[in-house]
Design a protein around this ligand. Structure first.
Ligand code: URA
Length: 242
């Protein structure tokens, strides 16, 4: 007898046809060439599901966020240029490889962005890290720069700007303005982010067309308090205090 034909099973990113994936697991498509969304693999969606779940405790939130941060950093580093670099292997063969030649630094937008620093250090040993603190001015309700500490030679470096949640884009836009004022060209800034809103992405991509955004997921939008939805709540609270 003929073996019965089992239905074709997809694995990997095609685990289901696009129309059959639950809506919340499909990142919003945006028409900007400078916005790069991580490959939407089942693993990435599972990690995002863990950190979005309100019942995930702090230890797990940190663990699974760190896995996504690692993916973001590795993908961000792929956007840096490399030069040819030939080496000899222990068996005496030549390998025509490549190496990165420039200098980089991380810049975290406090406080949530600091949660991404370790992921960057894990990939780039002894990387220089600067910090920017932007908060809402109580009087004007506009974002205001309260503090910055950046490497002196930042203008000669590639900058990886770190902020996990990208809601309206106000703080990130101000942070990029600070970097540009210090002489960092826009095309040497990479913004690494876990979850973005379509509004934030649009504001940012239009204002800084040469800057690259690397995000894990673009959500559906913002609620009336400017929280990302479906989102994950307050990232800083969940990573540091809850
Ligand atoms: N910051 C957060 O931590 N969460 C949001 O949803 C938006 C901004």
């Amino acid at each position: 007898a003929k073996p019965s034909q089992s239905p074709k099973q997809s694995v990997g990113p095609d685990y289901r046809p696009e129309q059959q994936k639950p809506t919340a697991t499909v990142s919003t498509a945006v028409p900007f060439e400078n916005v790069h969304t991580l490959s939407q693999t089942p693993q990435l969606i599972a990690l995002l599901t863990m950190i979005r779940d309100k019942n995930t405790d702090r230890a797990d939130f940190i663990f699974y966020s760190n896995r996504i941060i690692r993916l973001l950093v590795e993908e961000g580093l792929n956007h840096l240029p490399v030069v040819e670099h030939a080496i000899t292997t222990p068996v005496g063969r030549t390998y025509a490889g490549v190496m990165f030649q420039g200098k980089i630094c991380g810049v975290s937008i406090m406080r949530a962005g600091e949660a991404m620093e370790q992921g960057l250090r894990d990939c780039c040993r002894s990387v220089r890290i600067g910090k920017i603190l932007i908060q809402r001015d109580e009087e004007t309700c506009m974002p205001k720069l309260f503090y910055d500490k950046l490497p002196e030679d930042i203008a000669d470096r590639w900058c990886l700007l770190l902020d996990p949640m990208f809601a309206t884009g106000g703080s990130a836009i101000m942070a990029v303005d600070v970097l540009k004022d210090r002489g960092v060209p826009e095309n040497r800034i990479l913004f690494l982010n876990l979850i973005a809103s379509p509004q934030g992405i649009e504001n940012f991509a239009k204002k800084f067309p040469k800057l690259r955004v690397v995000t894990a997921f673009i959500d559906q939008g913002l609620d009336e308090k400017n929280y990302i939805v479906p989102g994950l709540g307050d990232f800083g609270d969940r990573f540091y205090t809850m």
